[in-house]
Structures are given as structure tokens and as C-alpha cells.
Ligand binder design. Structure first.
Ligand code: 1HN
Length: 348
């Protein structure tokens, strides 16, 4: 015999009176809310949703005439989940936004407790300076600004540059410690030359005498050219996961774990004609299509996607990917947090 989970008890006058009196002492009966606290499947207030870049782009471009990067500090169109309105988040724990920088602009230097990633959507010539070292952005690149690292954005080129921001700010806000510090000047002083970080930590070699292990990847720039080439090489093996195609995690080379402790980042390649098996996890996934086109069936509903579209799969939604062309999907997720806390699960 299986036993059903707790149901809401009947209300009686005696009970109502008792609850009213205990409320005066800031106490409430658990048995009246237990059915909402413990459900039989993970409950999320977030909804699956897609931001079609063709529909979003006109607004992103129009924002250049509305406010400067300097005045806005960060000129970002927040991708707000339709059922989490007003909360600046795409799921309970994750934030996403589309940020625009125009030639010659500077988004001033600051640092903060939340961790951030940038995934480049369009344009060339802009950079993020991390502790003063400029990482120039190309479409499909991933750039990290971990917790408390100084960062400013600038633009030496001549076309608008747009990227997808991903942050753990809703999670950090929930825990309490969201705070930030502006740098006195708009730009952080010139640091190491561009490419130094990659040479130092991204080449499977370490400067002699340096040993360290950090919660954050010391590598802050993962260029798409390299990621794509790696996936194309692996595609030759035909060793394709039935749910994920070929899916690689951007790692912290000092631990082999996620690039940042709170945000997992991945790139997957789905071959043309791929019809994936169902994936279902307690984590939330924000996907961004870099190249290709296809659809993801989320709890039975089809979401079409093409290059530059972004979509979200909240916790415990079943989803399966289908590709019409060879496709590259970037994703970020709160999975590493759940893994560290021992609460991550995926359906068999
Ligand atoms: C932030 O610092 C950036 O540095 C972008 O580009 C988006 C959203 C919330 C809080 C801080 C950036 C942000 C952010």
C-alpha cells in the first residue's frame, strides 16, 4: 500500500480560533501548509520561454538612443521570466540579460559578490577588461567575471556589440550577501597584455613555481573558435550521447569542475537530424543557439529555435532537443550549486 502525501486538513471553528491566537505569538501551524512545502515533484514558479532574437534585437538597438552605457552603468535588457515578473530573473536562481555596447562607449569598472558570464551574440571590437586585462569579444566566445573580480567593458570597434549576460544574482540575493563596489575611475588601470591570461592558464602549461587551486577558473576567456574546433573533432568519433549530442563543460582547469562555483557552462553540438532522448533534472537550463536551427520539446510543447535565440528550461521540465542543421547550443545552469549541496538529481 502506498501512502499519499499530506493533504490540507479540514478547517473548523476551533482550529481557526487556535490559529488566530497562536498567530499573535508569530506561530503558524505547519499542517496547514505542509502540502505546499512538500510536493511530489519539484515545483518551480518559472515557465519555459524563448526570446526570439529577431524580436528582441530592435529593442536592444533602440536602447542606444535611450540611454548611454555610462549613464545606465550597464545597458541591459533583462530577460525576465514571464511568471517571475518584477524579480529580474529568468529562473528562481538565475539571471539573464542582453547587453549592448556601442563603439567608443565604456561601461564603468566595478566588482560585486555575484558571479557573471558573458556569451557574445553579435558584433566585434568590444572587450571586457578583467583586472585591467582586455579580452576582445567574438561571437560565441565565453568570458567570465567571477565574484569580486574588477571588470569594465569598452569598445574599440565600429559596430554595435551585444552579449548575453548570465549571473547568479537571484541566488546570492536569496542568501543575502549581494553587494558591489565601484572603481573610482571609469576604467580599471591597464593590466596585463591581451592574451596573457590564456597563455598563462589556458595552454595546459603553468608558469614554473605557480601552483594553485581556485574555486574560479583562472582562465577568463574561452574563444568560440577553439570550442567549435574541439566539438567538430569529437564529432568524428560518432560517439554521440542520445540526450546531449556532444556536450562539453567549460571547466576550471585547477579542479576539473565548473568554471565558476555557482554557474555551470556548456556547449553542445547536435548533428543535423538529431532527435534527442528526454532530459529532466532538478537544475534549470538557459540555452542559447550559436549556429543551426531546431526545436526543443519541453513537457510536450515544441519550442523552435535558430541562431541567436535564447530559451529557458526551468527545473524538472522534461526536454528533448531536435536539430534541423548541425547546431551549437551554449547553456548555463545552476547545476553546480545543487551538486555541491547534494540536491541535484536527474531522471534516469
Ligand atoms: C553586471 O555587473 C553586469 O558587469 C551585467 O556587465 C549585468 C546584472 C545585475 C547586476 C550586475 C556587467 C548585471 C550586472
Amino acid at each position: 500500500m502506498s501512502r499519499a502525501l499530506h493533504e490540507k486538513p479540514k478547517m473548523t471553528n476551533t482550529r481557526a480560533d487556535f490559529y488566530g491566537r497562536m498567530a499573535e505569538k508569530n506561530m503558524t501551524p505547519l499542517w496547514e501548509v505542509l502540502h505546499t512545502l512538500l510536493a511530489e515533484a519539484p515545483v518551480t514558479d518559472a515557465t519555459p520561454h524563448k526570446w526570439d532574437y529577431d524580436e528582441c534585437r530592435p529593442y536592444v538597438m533602440e536602447s542606444a538612443g535611450i540611454i548611454s552605457a555610462a549613464e545606465a552603468e550597464r545597458r541591459v535588457m533583462v530577460l525576465e521570466n514571464p511568471t517571475l515578473q518584477g524579480r529580474s530573473c529568468i529562473t528562481e536562481a538565475l539571471y539573464a540579460g542582453l547587453q549592448l555596447i556601442m563603439p567608443g562607449e565604456v561601461a564603468p569598472a566595478h566588482r560585486h559578490s555575484p558571479a557573471a558570464l558573458r556569451f557574445i551574440v553579435e558584433g566585434t571590437g568590444a572587450y571586457t577588461a578583467i583586472n585591467g586585462e582586455k579580452a576582445y569579444m567574438e561571437v560565441g566566445d565565453l568570458i567570465l567575471t567571477p565574484s569580486w573580480v574588477w571588470h569594465d567593458h569598452g569598445h574599440d570597434g565600429d559596430v554595435p556589440v551585444v552579449w548575453l549576460d548570465g549571473l547568479d544574482i537571484p541566488l546570492v540575493r536569496y542568501l543575502g550577501p549581494v553587494f558591489a563596489e565601484p572603481f573610482p575611475d571609469a576604467e580599471f588601470p591597464q593590466g596585463r597584455p591581451t592574451g596573457d591570461n590564456m597563455a598563462r592558464y589556458g595552454g595546459n602549461m603553468l608558469p614554473f613555481g605557480e601552483t594553485f587551486k581556485s574555486q574560479n577558473s583562472p582562465v577568463f576567456h574561452y574563444p568560440y573558435a577553439k570550442t567549435r574546433e574541439t566539438l567538430e573533432t569529437l564529432a568524428k568519433s560518432q560517439d554521440i550521447d542520445r540526450r546531449h549530442g556532444i556536450k562539453l563543460e567549460y571547466i576550471n582547469p585547477t579542479t576539473g569542475g565548473p568554471a565558476m562555483p555557482t554557474l555551470g557552462t556548456f556547449m553542445q553540438r547536435l548533428p543535423r537530424g538529431f532527435a534527442g532522448d528526454t532530459y529532466q533534472t532538478t537544475a534549470a537550463w538557459v540555452y542559447h543557439c550559436v549556429e543551426g536551427s531546431g526545436r526543443t520539446v519541453i513537457n510536450g510543447e515544441t519550442m523552435e529555435w535558430k541562431a541567436k535565440d535564447t530559451f529557458v528550461v526551468p527545473a524538472w521540465y522534461k526536454h528533448e532537443h531536435h536539430a534541423d542543421a548541425d547546431s551549437f547550443l551554449f547553456s548555463f545552469t545552476d547545476q553546480p550549486v545543487q551538486q555541491k549541496l547534494g540536491i541535484f538529481r536527474e531522471a534516469a
